[in-house]
Design a protein around this ligand. Structure first.
Ligand code: SAM
Length: 288
């Protein structure tokens, strides 16, 4: 198997180098490379790291590891699914590794999940090598659509109770998933009382992206709330999500009781509620 430039042998060991925003490099010692290919959209690698277990890597950026994926996937899924009083139709944009779909299936009210992932090869590789994440994608409630999420919401005639935007970082195929036209169309495909959430990046390395996402969503939705978690896999650890709603508010009653924390490894009702209490620098950054 030919190796990508971001995986190199050094002194008999395999190392993956992740370059973060140009001035930070993270190195992951690997046990083995399970899969590598160039799809029409990106370089796809699935590796087994010494410290975090198996990981999905896209264009040299570690997307998710089996060691801590549950933190991110539970936070991006359970919060909107509990803020909405009775989610039945869910749309996932991105999410090709399958982790978000796995979490959405834990809500009995959810009747259908459309997962719109631009790169079919990501899902195929994850289904083969990361069944812990992608093992549920052929559940009868799931419809897989391999197309650009931007075009899907622009042309979509269907409507949803919850939309979850589980995108990669704002470059390459994900660039347009951080722009106003996309979020405007997400609002259009939400049913009355609908709720959306998106991963809104690191407040340490991508504060301008977080601020812009929050600004756009605040202009489009009556309720916009950023919440956060610590995801060790991601550079700097701190990670944010931004929820925007056509009605339901995390401050409403019922949010806590609807969190299915008997089926989680990270999220609890207390933690979900507390996650909206932002670090002071993040709150000030959003207020600017
Ligand atoms: N869940 C992980 C995380 O913690 O961030 C990773 C997210 S998931 C792997 C990101 C997915 O978004 C990738 O599979 C990528 O192919 C997909 N994606 C990027 N741009 C897209 C677009 N315009 N439409 C649909 N999917 C897109």
């Amino acid at each position: 198997m030919s190796l990508p430039a971001f995986i190199r042998e050094k002194d008999g060991d395999l190392w993956l180098t992740e370059v973060e925003s140009g001035h930070l490099r993270l190195e992951w010692k690997l046990k083995r490379v399970l899969h590598y290919e160039r799809s029409p959209f990106q370089e796809i690698a699935i590796v087994e790291t010494e410290t975090f277990g198996k990981a999905l890597v896209l264009d040299g950026v570690v997307q998710t590891t089996v060691q801590d994926e549950f933190i991110y996937n539970e936070m991006i899924s359970h919060v909107p699914l509990a803020v909405h009083p009775r989610p039945e139709r869910v749309l996932v944009i991105g999410g090709g590794d399958g982790g978000v779909v796995r979490e959405c299936l834990k809500y009995p009210s959810v009747r259908s999940i459309d997962m719109v992932e631009i790169d079919e090869r990501v899902t195929a590789a994850c289904y083969e090598h990361l069944p812990e994440l992608a093992g549920w994608i052929y559940d009868p409630r799931v419809r897989l659509r391999f197309e650009d999420g931007v075009a899907y919401v622009r042309d979509c005639k269907e409507q949803y109770d919850v939309v979850i935007v589980d995108s990669s970082d704002p470059f390459g195929p994900a660039t347009a998933l951080f722009q106003e036209e996309f979020y405007r169309n997400v609002r259009r495909v939400l049913l009355p009382g609908g709720v959306m959430t998106c991963q809104s990046e690191s407040p340490l390395f991508y504060m301008p992206v977080l601020k812009n996402t929050y600004r756009i969503l605040s202009e489009l939705f009556p309720v916009t709330r950023t919440y956060w978690a610590s995801v060790p896999t991601y550079p700097g650890g701190l990670w944010t999500f931004t929820l925007a709603s056509l009605g339901p508010d995390p401050g409403d009653g019922g949010f806590r009781e609807r969190i299915r924390d008997g089926e989680t490894r990270y999220v609890t009702a207390d933690l979900a509620e507390a996650s909206f209490a932002l670090p002071a620098f993040v709150r000030r950054g959003l207020a600017d």
